[in-house]
Design a protein around this ligand. Sequence first.
Ligand code: HEC
Length: 248
Amino acid sequence: MKKLATTLFIAALLLPLTSLTVSAAGGAHVEHSGANINDTASLQRGAKWYVNYCLGCHTISYMRYNRLAEDLDLTEEMVMENLVFSDAKFGETMDIAMDEEQAKAWFGKTPPDLSLIGRSRGVDWVYSYLLGFYKDENGGWNNTLLPNASMPHILWPLQGIQTPVYRQEAGEGGFTREVIDHFRLTTPGTQSPEEYRQTARDIAAFLDYAGEPAKLKRKGIGVWVILFLAFFTFIAYLLKAEYWRDVH
Ligand code: HEC
């Protein structure tokens, strides 16, 4: 029994490490997003971008509208007016009516449910993915983190169109290869680059929240636990001083 407990304990310690390596293996260039799950305004904006631009293809089937309302400080009316465009009811999950077979025929792939994307790929990955769309030489959309992604850059009217500027890099065996050095914004979008970063950050934060709604509460509780521990340490210290006074 003790052995099992020790194993579980060690596994729990190592768990964050494994998820770290998984997201690091995502490749290309993952930027720090600064997405903040405790920023309710950011989550609200993220939800709005999501239903307007993503939900048409990607369900978040673990999320219910009424749960969203509760966690994001929204009333039922606000949710039904601003976030529900289908005939879904308040208590229903954020599903879509898209036919999977048809989607596959259109995109070559069924757009995945994004309920757990914040956990599987990580928020920073999602953020960087939304910044990583570009028009390649063939005039098609491509993505630095998901090469040849079959998802069109749905947010391009906001971000604009960026094209890559390449540089030569020494590869194996004395060969040089072309890698993307940076992007040039060839067609500006309706948002400035900074505004677009914020949009991507909001969506990433929303998906982080959607992957684990309980995180909001857990983090809130965490603060109290730390405060309690600090307070308790203080009391223990006073007590120790009291005991030792007679001994000295
Ligand atoms: C027109 C349909 C469509 C829309 C709209 C759309 N996507 Fe996608 N998305 C796809 C498809 C198809 C894929 C699969 C790409 C692939 O694997 O090649 C995908 C893949 C993804 C992935 C990568 C999943 C993974 O782990 O491989 C993320 C993240 C993602 N989409 C986020 C979004 C977000 C955020 C939005 C809204 C801003 C959005 N998508 C809007 C079709 C869409």
